[in-house]
Design a protein around this ligand. Structure first.
Ligand SMILES: [Zn+2]
Length: 523
């Protein structure tokens, strides 16, 4: 799908930055003047060509595997097929026994702040991820333009796209007085910020309605802000208001926002996270399918784990964290305090990687009392085992559900380092829930289409050479709940824009500049 032009963006920019643009015109003029003065070199000395031979191609569309060579010149794929042969001077990469696929696009990734300190993003490229979509769950870097400029100045190994966070703009306008619905005046100011973020290069609006700041917004506020994102051809991506007993109401709200704002909706990490809704995936699927039949463009992503990771307060939907009956119900809903693993608690690091139940017992208090104390001591990051595999399987089998990690660099949940290899190794090879070409489609062309990235997510002549070479018989995650950052195996090579960034278990940097780009990249 082509991204339509953005005339309003351009006009606004011209009006606002007339002075800046004039100097840009001068710079462009100077650039072309240079071309006139210096004759173009006859041969391109710095062309690099690579041909990957003998692999099985999963081209990203879901088509069956086929034997094909893939030739790359500089940052682009120039051919893929059995008749494609290496030319003299090409670097030849032998891929017999490997699957050659487009690089994975992770539509829900929490590496925004870590990319500055860990631009090699080893835990991400080791999974085959070549593009990360940052700013999910309502929280994004700000200002968007500044963040993207920083990524342009010091690129990472992975490509970067970013969403405008609803809670981020809500907090900017409402400051600490956010525990209420917004006024019309505040909403108008938030709308202006969403527009600003979109103008500066965001690909959509994200919300996190189970969280402190975003959760106080009413549907009207979200519809109005989603309309602003829609004016710039963005999507609305939501960690919906409830992933527990009220999952169905929350799904209905997300669909209504899409319908009223006329915007594509992406349900983040779709799940049924409490005893009361377990094994009701078929009903959730039917709800979404009905919306799709009415013409609402709803899709979802799903991570391959039966445990979520978030803040401990997310457990209590009514947000009465110090009200024992609310906490008691919350813990019962996830199957008990033994299912709640504390992974981060600044006040007592000794609680980390112990269950809430174990901590409570060691201190001689009830799990409810322990929960309340932890919240008083500043809260905690938890991993909560509260989903069933039957539901995960049902979601992955839907053609509109893609793979997303909800992970990122340093995330204390195994999904941060294991999501994509786990789907390929466990769900495709071992359990045969879905075929390999279909799984690859869910990791590549599906998110690319969602984000209107025309030249990524497929292997075809002219697309950008973001590629991954997978050993289908060995690929598997190795990250666990107690060792969440262990790297997977079986992702043999990863290319980003034609440059090798991961090779046989190690990150490599062939060029002094990392090849990840900010996308969408204007052509
Ligand atoms: Zn989330």
């Amino acid at each position: 799908m082509a991204r339509p032009p953005r005339p309003s963006t351009l006009n606004a920019k011209l009006a606002k930055n007339a002075k800046k643009d004039f100097s840009a015109v001068l710079a462009v003029f100077a650039f072309f003047a240079l071309f006139l003065a210096v004759p173009a070199p006859r041969a391109q000395v710095n062309t690099t060509a690579i041909t990957i031979v003998g692999g099985e191609l999963a081209d990203g569309t879901g088509a069956a595997l086929r034997r094909a060579n893939v030739r790359i010149v500089n940052d682009r794929i120039v051919g893929a097929g059995q008749d494609v042969k290496p030319l003299a001077g090409d670097t030849v990469i032998e891929a017999a026994g490997l699957v050659v696929a487009p690089g994975f696009i992770d539509i829900h990734n929490h590496s925004a702040s870590e990319l500055a300190s860990e631009p090699a993003a080893a835990s991400q490229v080791a999974q085959g991820i070549t593009t990360v979509v940052l700013g999910p769950d309502g929280g994004s870097p700000w200002p968007i333009g500044e963040y993207l400029d920083e990524r342009r100045r010091s690129p990472a190994s992975v490509n970067v796209a970013v969403m405008v966070g609803h809670a981020t703009v809500r907090r900017l306008i409402m400051r600490d007085d956010y525990k209420r619905t917004s006024t019309d005046a505040e909403l108008a100011r938030m709308t202006a910020l969403v527009e600003q973020g979109m103008r500066e290069g965001a690909v959509g609006l994200s919300s996190g309605l189970e969280y402190e700041v975003g959760g106080y917004a009413d549907t009207h506020e979200l519809v109005e802000l989603a309309k602003a994102a829609a004016r710039f051809h963005g999507i609305y991506m939501s960690h919906i208001r409830d992933e527990a007993d009220k999952s169905f109401e929350a799904l209905r709200e997300a669909i209504a926002i899409g319908e009223q704002a006329r915007i594509p909706v992406q349900i983040s990490h779709i799940k049924l996270g409490t005893v009361g809704v377990w094994r009701r995936a078929a009903a959730a699927v039917a709800l979404i399918e009905n919306a799709r039949k009415r013409g609402v463009d709803v899709t979802a992503d799903c991570y391959p784990y039966n445990a979520w990771s978030s803040t401990i307060t997310v457990l209590v939907p009514d947000k009465r964290y110090d009200h024992p009956p609310s906490v008691e119900k919350a813990l019962a809903d996830v199957g008990g305090a033994g299912n709640v693993l504390i992974v981060r608690h600044a006040a007592h690091p000794d609680y980390e990687f112990k269950t809430l139940d174990a901590v409570a017992r060691s201190r001689g208090v009830t799990p409810v009392e322990q929960f309340i104390q932890i919240v008083r001591d500043g809260g905690a990051g938890v991993v909560c085992t509260s989903m069933v595999e039957d539901d995960i399987r049902a979601f992955y089998r839907q053609p509109w559900v893609m793979v997303g990690s909800d992970g990122g660099i340093g995330v204390r949940h195994p999904r941060g380092a294991g999501t994509f290899p786990k789907v390929l190794g466990r769900y495709v090879r071992d359990l045969q829930w879905i075929t390999l070409p279909e799984a690859i489609r869910k990791m590549t062309s599906m998110p690319a289409e969602r984000l209107q990235l025309r030249d990524r997510g497929r292997i075809a002549a002219g697309t950008i050479a973001d590629l991954v070479l997978i050993n289908p018989s060995t690929v598997i995650d190795r990250s666990t709940f107690s060792d969440p950052t262990a790297l997977p195996i079986g992702i043999e090579k990863v290319f980003v824009a034609g440059e090798l960034v991961w090779d046989s278990g190690k990150s490599v940097a062939i060029s002094p500049r990392r090849s990840g780009r900010v996308i969408p990249t204007p052509n």
